[in-house]
Design a protein around this ligand. Structure first.
Ligand code: CP
Length: 325
């Protein structure tokens, strides 16, 4: 029994000596395959509990701050839902223009202030490295909910959980990612996470939106077979997973460049004509036309199921960093 568990003043199940207690989640590079197995095991338990009782008091008395400098629907709402399912509370700061950020307050000062009122801070910020910077100043765990075009580690965890739940395993799969691979932080995180497994990765994008060379090199250094294409036709028939992303208008310096590439790919029934019957079609969402709504009722369309898996993964992460998993 750990020292924390033997302390009569701590509630049953408290595991403050657990490896993730008090840790920030900043990049997928933090995770080993064993960590992933553990997180997904906890996520399974969370799913069972939600299905059985809906809401329970594992994090009763704990407070999360949702600090979002960029728009969000899913990440923000699913962290709120995760915390409330676990009996905790949320301070939402989704419109920083109404906070003291608008008066010029620095990120370190905002973090130092908000951690006085909370136990964990979920941060989305337009600058790469913002969460790492915040974590340098914070005494409480910071969870990176997207730092510019850098990473979105909790999205990658839920994406991987979705693949495992839907396909049964990861090893041996061919995963094709399509769209804005340059700016898509979910692709950056997911491809790095997948490199822990025996997978083949295809990347389909317009020339100006190719996956950054540094990530391709990281994957190749780990022995992952990588192919880049301009057209999906070349990759679709061998794919087990097709992961589609939005072209990120807000990241373009020249609006004309966006206009030139915005409609390059529209996935519809015809695009999937040569796809496997058991393909799964994923998207981190929001979509802005790159997957036709005609596919929404196709059993291969996993993008709405993917969001639900996300809540269980985020429940697991919150329980872990707050010493309750
Ligand atoms: N997938 C994702 O990050 O969605 P939101 O931008 O709505 O949070």
């Amino acid at each position: 029994m750990t020292k924390a568990l033997s302390n009569p003043h701590l509630p049953f199940g408290d595991q403050r000596s657990a490896p993730w207690y008090g840790k920030s989640i900043l990049t997928v590079k933090q995770f080993s395959q064993d960590d992933l197995k553990y997180i997904f095991g906890v996520a399974h338990e969370m799913r069972e509990m939600v299905e059985r009782v809906g809401t329970f008091d594992l994090l009763k008395g704990k407070i999360l701050v949702n600090l979002f400098y960029e728009p969000s629907t899913r990440t923000s709402a699913s962290f709120t839902a995760a915390m409330e399912r676990l009996g905790g509370s949320v301070i939402p700061i989704n419109e920083v223009k109404y906070s003291s950020v608008a008066k010029g307050e620095s990120l370190p000062d905002t973090i130092r202030s908000l951690e006085c009122y909370s136990d964990v801070i979920v941060l989305r910020h337009p600058e790469v490295g913002a969460s790492a910077l915040a974590a340098q100043y914070a005494r409480k765990p910071i969870i990176n909910a997207g730092d510019g075009i850098g990473e979105h580690p909790t999205q990658a965890l839920l994406d991987l959980f979705t693949i495992i739940e839907e396909k049964g395993n990861v090893d041996g799969l061919t995963i094709t990612m399509l769209g804005d691979l340059k700016n898509g932080r979910t692709v950056h995180s997911l491809s790095r996470l997948l490199s822990l497994y025996d997978v083949k990765l295809n990347f389909v994008s317009p020339e100006i939106l190719r996956l950054p060379g540094e990530i391709i090199s990281e994957l190749e250094d780990k022995g992952i077979p990588v192919q880049e294409y301009a057209l999906l036709d070349k990759a679709i028939s061998e794919s087990d997973v097709l992961y589609v992303t939005r072209v990120q208008k807000e990241r373009f310096e020249d609006p004309q460049d966006y206009e030139n590439v915005k409609g390059t790919y529209i996935i519809n029934s015809q695009s999937l004509a040569s796809a496997r019957e058991d393909l799964i079609l994923m998207h981190p969402l929001p979509r802005v036309g790159e997957i036709s709504m005609e596919l929404d009722d196709d059993p291969r369309a996993a993008y709405f199921r993917q969001m639900e898996y996300g809540m269980y993964v985020r429940m697991a992460l919150l329980a872990m960093v707050l010493g309750k998993a």
